[in-house]
Design a protein around this ligand. Structure first.
Ligand code: URA
Length: 224
């Protein structure tokens, strides 16, 4: 693995060897979030930095009990430099509130830290990151989790869930169930908040997201 960082989550694909990469990937465990954020701003581990406005690193307290991992920043997040501040962030905020989880004590990040998009007229259309881009960004969220050591990690959507659990993970089949990771962190997944916005039945999709997040809240308040 680039930089020799210890493996936290074994099942998923390891980052590929990146030809000619000058990426300042995290070198070891023990880096604090501030240092990681500064280094990530210089990341060139894949090409996405070329078209993104900026890196959008995770945000939240260093001692957060819960880490939420989304897919990648969207258009609004890319411009603002903060995760989940656009329409999907509004859904996430409402769902967290209904589930009784305080976003301000939650660390929110993404599996991929640059916005991937293609032009469509005047708008920038979201494009799903490919496996290579997800793998290239892996050291960052692994290092975020190593710095925070949360009790629970919750993946929002398939991209994050497959980054954490492996490519055969299916959110539809396993959402709301928990797996203990080798470092003792409990991890689960639910749908991505933007899936609520795309759903034909938004109310039902939102209720499902809240139900999964309530399980996260229970796990956070239960015995460790
Ligand atoms: N979607 C994501 O996955 N992450 C964000 O930060 C915003 C939208």
């Amino acid at each position: 693995m680039p930089g020799g960082q210890a493996e936290l989550f074994p099942p998923a694909e390891r980052p590929p060897v990146i030809d000619g990469a000058t990426a300042p990937v995290p070198g070891s465990e023990g880096l604090d979030l501030e240092t990681l954020r500064a280094r990530a701003a210089e990341c060139r581990a894949c090409d996405l930095y070329e078209r993104a406005t900026q890196v959008v690193f995770g945000e939240g307290p260093e001692d957060a009990e819960l880490v939420l991992i989304g897919e990648q920043p969207g258009d609004k997040e890319d411009l603002a430099g903060h995760p989940f501040v656009g329409p999907a962030g509004d859904v996430l905020d409402r769902a967290l509130e209904e589930a009784g989880i305080d976003r301000s004590v939650t660390y929110v990040t993404n599996a991929v830290k640059h916005f991937k998009w293609k032009p469509a007229g005047k708008v920038r259309l979201h494009q799903k990151p490919n496996a290579r881009e997800v793998a290239a960004c892996r050291p960052w969220w692994e290092a975020e989790i190593a710095a925070i050591r949360p009790s629970v990690v919750c993946c929002l959507g398939a991209t994050a869930a497959q980054a954490v659990f492996g490519s055969d993970y299916r959110v539809t089949r396993e959402r709301g169930t928990f797996r203990e990771l080798p470092d003792g962190t409990w991890a689960t997944a639910t749908i991505h908040p933007s899936a609520v916005l795309r759903s034909n039945d938004r109310e039902e999709a939102f209720a499902g997201l809240v139900a999964d997040l309530r399980l996260v809240a229970e796990r956070l308040s239960g015995p460790r």
